[in-house]
Design a binder for this molecule. Structure first.
Ligand code: P6P
Length: 322
């Protein structure tokens, strides 16, 4: 099986970016080990702190964030860092070529129940017209990403990665400590019978989205005239790995009861990297009204609604949201 670096070289990825990707994945190998040790290494449970999202930080959130930050700061390849666990951007190496944003441990509520969790990351070219400590480094559309990926800490540790070409899957060979290519080109089926949404939020959905879900639930006896199945992982990285692997539609729509902040998922380090992986696997990634990769972020922790996965199913859902 092919190793990651020769794949990136074959994709003509520039060496500086290959070295940066390698740095991120080295940190993820360490996170994978810590996650795998679970209770044996006293990393479960919560801290007494909250992040800017107002979420209680798990010990592993903090450990993973620190691991990634330290290695990126040391790499010399990164000018500015943004993280779900950091209130503000972190200036790294002046004049370095890239900027990196990440959710160090997406789905951390799954940590204490041994559920799927993962690291989501995205890389852009640094901007020379703003300072290294400016949030405006990340004022770039998702279509400007030079790399997007996640590492899923499941029964096996898997990497989904795109550098602009096909989205590919790699599996971490823990005996050799290297990522091996296991799916050369991910292709999301254009149709699906599987949807992913937190049904307990039904009271906060728009009428259009509620109608869409109701028609899925009616199955063969309704206008869709086919049975649908539902999966909800509680971790976007786990749900999106399933969508990338076997098709589906993943939805986190706006909460109509919270007009001041209707969306939950973060644009910079959740929606955008997943949208790049989805589009480069022949899928579609929208909010309720627009292509995610076309959005110019207004701040690093901006939230957006998400409807992404099998193209025909996303298009169908969007007809209910017009
Ligand atoms: P809910 C995890 O906290 C996350 O940001 C996503 O990874 C996940 O899809 C969603 O929130 C889960 O939200 O409504 O199940 O708590």
């Amino acid at each position: 099986m092919k190793r990651l670096i020769p794949c990136l070289e074959q994709d003509k990825v520039e060496i500086e970016l290959i070295l940066l990707i390698k740095t991120i994945l080295t940190a993820c190998k360490e996170i994978s080990f810590r996650v795998g040790q679970g209770a044996l290494s006293n990393v479960l449970g919560s801290t007494l702190d909250e992040n800017i999202q107002g979420e209680t930080q798990k010990k592993l959130d903090v450990i993973s964030n620190q691991l990634l930050k330290d290695m990126l700061l040391e790499s010399g390849k990164v000018r500015t860092i943004a993280s779900e666990e950091e209130d503000y951007v972190v200036a790294a190496t002046e004049n370095a070529p890239y900027i990196v944003a990440f959710d160090p441990l997406d789905g951390s509520s799954n940590i204490d129940i041994n559920g799927q969790i993962g690291t989501i990351f995205t890389i852009y070219r640094a901007k020379n017209d703003v300072a290294a400590d400016s949030e405006l480094q990340f004022a770039q559309k998702g279509s400007e990403q030079v790399c997007a990926g996640y590492v899923l800490y499941g029964p096996s540790t898997m990497l989904a990665l795109t550098t602009g070409g096909p989205s590919r899957l790699y599996t971490l060979d823990k005996t050799q400590g290297c990522y091996l290519l296991t799916t050369e080109k991910l292709t999301i089926a254009t149709d699906t019978q599987e949807f992913s949404v937190n049904m307990s939020n039904f009271h906060q959905w728009s009428a259009g989205f509620s109608d869409y879900i109701n028609d899925l639930l009616l199955g063969e006896s309704g206008v869709r005239a086919k049975k649908f199945n539902m999966r909800w992982n509680g971790a976007m990285v786990g749900d999106m790995h399933r969508v990338l692997s076997r098709g589906g539609i993943f939805c986190y729509p706006n909460d109509i009861n919270k007009p001041e902040q209707p969306a939950k998922l973060r644009l910079l380090y959740e929606a955008n990297p997943m949208a790049m992986l989805v589009e480069n696997a022949n899928g579609k990634a929208y909010t309720e009204h627009e292509r995610i990769l076309d959005i110019l972020p207004s701040h690093i922790h901006q939230r957006v609604a998400v409807v992404m996965g099998s193209t025909n199913e996303v298009n169908k859902c969007l007809t209910y949201l017009k």
